[in-house]
Design a protein around this ligand. Structure first.
Ligand SMILES: [Zn+2]
Length: 270
C-alpha cells in the first residue's frame, strides 16, 4: 500500500551504512516511523527531505508492517535554525518534548501546528529564546491534560496579589495572604502540613502569572504575542515552564541541559 503524509522530522537515527530511521510527527497519525534507504549518501535525491526539523510531504509504501520512504518534497526546512547553536539546542529540546507527548496512531494536529510555530519562532527569533521555551513547555504540559486553574486563588478567590504561588502538582494557585496564613498555621501548630510540604509552590509576580494565563488561553497563532518587560520576568517564566513540565512528565531532557549549557556560555561576540 502506498500513501503520502505531511510531517515534521522529530528525530533521525542512522541505520547501517547509509540509511535512516525517521521519527515523523503528523496531524493524522500522530508520531510515525519511516525507514529511508540510502539517504545518508550525498547523491541521494531525498537527502534534504530527511534532515532533522524538516517539514515535508512524505511519499511512502508499506511493507512488513513498516513505512518505507518512496520520495517526497520539502515544505519548510527551518534551515536557519542550524546557523545558531542556542536556537539549534532549543529546537532539539522542543522536538524531544513533542516526541514525549505524542503517541503512535493518536492524531496530533494541534501539537504539530504548535511545534511548527515554535520552530518558526526560533528560526526567525521573533521572541527571546527563553520566552519561546517557556511557552512551548507550558503548551506541552497543558495539552497533555495538566492545565492548571490559575484564574484566581483557590482559597479566597483573589485574582491577584503581589506574589501568587503556583501549586505545580495540584494545578492551582494561592495568593500571598492565604500562603502566609498556611505558613503561620504550620508554625503555630508545630506541625507540618503534609500536603503543603509535598507541594512545589512556585512564586510568580503578577506579570508572570498573566503570561501563564495568556498561554493557557491563546490560540497557537497568537501564543507568542505577549509582553514580559523585565529581564527577571523572562527568567522566571522560563524556569516556571520547565518546573511545571518536568514535574508532570516526571522526566528531564538531555537537550534541555544542552540548551542551558550553550545559553550560559559567555558571548564571544562581545
Ligand atoms: Zn487567597
Amino acid at each position: 500500500m502506498r500513501g503520502t503524509v505531511d510531517g515534521l522530522i522529530l528525530r533521525e537515527t542512522a541505520v547501517g551504512e547509509s540509511d535512516k530511521l525517521l521519527t515523523v510527527l503528523t496531524a493524522e497519525y500522530g508520531r510515525i516511523s519511516i525507514s529511508a534507504k540510502g539517504v545518508r549518501n550525498i547523491k541521494n535525491k531525498n537527502i534534504s527531505l530527511c534532515r532533522l526539523f524538516t517539514y515535508g510531504n512524505f511519499e511512502y509504501y508499506e511493507k512488513n508492517g513498516m513505512r518505507w520512504l518512496a520520495g517526497g518534497s520539502v515544505n519548510d526546512s527551518f534551515f536557519g535554525i542550524n546557523s545558531d547553536i542556542e536556537g539549534f539546542a532549543l529546537a532539539s529540546y522542543a522536538v524531544d518534548i513533542a516526541r514525549e507527548i505524542t503517541g503512535e496512531g493518536v492524531p496530533a494536529e494541534d501539537i504539530l501546528r504548535m511545534t511548527l510555530n515554535t520552530l518558526y519562532a526560533i528560526e526567525k527569533k521573533i521572541r527571546p529564546l527563553e520566552v519561546i521555551k517557556g511557552v512551548y513547555e507550558l503548551f506541552a504540559a497543558f495539552s497533555s491534560g495538566f492545565a492548571p486553574d490559575i484564574s484566581a486563588c483557590r482559597e479566597c478567590g483573589a485574582r491577584t496579589s503581589e506574589t501568587m504561588f503556583l501549586d505545580v502538582m495540584n494545578g492551582s494557585m494561592l495568593c500571598q495572604e492565604c500562603m502566609s496564613k498556611r505558613r503561620a498555621f504550620q508554625l503555630s501548630e508545630e506541625r507540618t502540613d503534609e500536603y503543603l510540604t509535598a507541594s512545589i509552590l512556585f512564586p510568580m509576580k503578577p506579570s508572570v502569572a498573566a503570561a501563564v494565563r495568556y498561554v493557557a488561553e491563546a490560540s497557537p497563532k497568537r501564543i507568542f504575542s505577549f509582553e514580559l518587560k523585565e529581564r527577571e520576568d523572562v527568567s522566571d517564566f522560563s524556569r516556571l515552564g520547565e518546573v511545571y513540565l518536568q514535574n508532570h512528565l516526571e522526566r528531564g531532557f538531555d537537550t534541555l541541559e544542552f540548551f542551558k549549557t550553550v545559553s550560559a556560555a559567555p558571548d564571544i561576540k562581545g
